[in-house]
Ligand binder design. Structure first.
Ligand code: PEP
Ligand code: MG
Length: 310
């Protein structure tokens, strides 16, 4: 699967003004990583975990086979998840590994877990909404993440957060899981817990959220700002992450995060588009998480960038 264009340059990515820009990678399937030299990036900015629950041959939710703690019949159990997170940590070799909690629903259905035939699935039960509705399943993922965090630089990222109470509930579940693991004598650590900002409501009142970091999900943010579905060919031109309205909201997010010294990055596809990278850097972003195959072109776009202020 090695993309012919895979980056080989290593070391910090610098703008033409000499400013450092961190470039991390997005991973959907850990097997992608075997061809990627870790030295080309600054870590994993988004590890999707949907595949663990939905891959052919994986223990899917609602099927038989799961044996882990409290998982219910058949989901990827705690030990299976822990070993997947360990593989990411081993690959990252000390760099941060940002694991997104299960982001099912919308364009990512999981049989037996997501709500079938929702009239408007992108506005329905997705991401953290589903996780909070299925605390038994969410709890297993949180336990596995806390155990992995004892062994490396895990960061937990929560998708589709819309209101502050969702982050509060997640934190309560994290604290409860830490208590359980302590009582069981299992090594664990509470990692940074951050949120994706991909719902305009969260972007507009970001200061109200208890979050250790934020990562902008420009794919969903764009469709919600533009009221244009991300998967419609007819609306492709309208669902433009470089639309001034989307860029204005991205700049707002970066500003609000900066005022609270909350680290901010982008992990949507816009970050991997060299035509959009200058606008993202203008908006103040200095951490981009992109597909492995995009690292080279993003690095070159960063190298060419000179800030208007400089
Ligand atoms: C996004 O919405 O930009 C994002 C990174 O998440 P996903 O594409 O998996 O919804
Ligand atoms: Mg998203």
């Amino acid at each position: 699967r090695a993309p012919a264009t895979l980056e080989t340059a290593t070391g910090p990515a610098l703008t033409a003004d000499g400013e450092r820009v961190a470039i991390l990678i997005n991973v959907a399937d850990p097997s992608e990583l075997s061809d990627v030299p870790v030295a080309i990036c600054d870590g994993i900015g988004l590890a999707r975990t949907e595949l663990m629950f939905n891959a052919p041959g994986a223990a899917g939710i609602g099927t038989s086979g799961g044996t882990g703690t409290g998982g219910g019949a058949g989901l990827a159990d705690e030990e299976t998840q822990l070993s997947a997170y360990r593989r990411l940590l081993a690959w990252a070799d000390g760099r941060p590994v940002t694991v997104r909690t299960l982001d099912a629903g919308g364009d990512k259905p999981i049989a037996g877990y997501t709500v079938p035939n929702e009239a408007n699935s992108f506005l329905g039960m997705r991401g953290v909404r589903l996780s909070l509705k299925h605390p038994d399943i969410f709890r297993v993922q949180i336990r596995a993440l806390l155990r992995a965090a004892a062994e490396g630089e895990i960061r937990v990222m929560v998708p589709m957060v819309s209101v502050p109470s969702e982050m509060r509930q997640v934190r309560e579940m994290v604290a409860a899981a830490a208590g359980e693991l302590a009582a069981e004598g299992l090594a664990h650590k509470v990692p940074p817990v951050g949120m994706m900002v991909e719902v305009p409501a969260a972007a507009l009142v970001l200061e109200a959220f208890d979050t250790d970091f934020v990562s902008i999900g420009s794919n969903d943010l764009t469709q919600y700002v533009m009221a244009a579905s991300r998967d419609s060919a007819d609306l492709h031109d309208l669902a433009d992450p470089a639309d001034p309205a989307v860029l204005a909201l991205i700049a707002t997010i970066v500003d609000k995060a900066g005022r609270r010294a909350v680290p901010v990055s982008i992990c949507g596809d816009a970050g991997g588009d060299p035509a959009i990278v200058p606008a993202l850097l203008d908006a103040g972003l200095r951490t981009l998480s992109v597909a492995p195959a995009a690292v080279g072109r993003v690095r070159r776009a960063v190298n060419d960038y000179r800030s208007a202020a400089a």
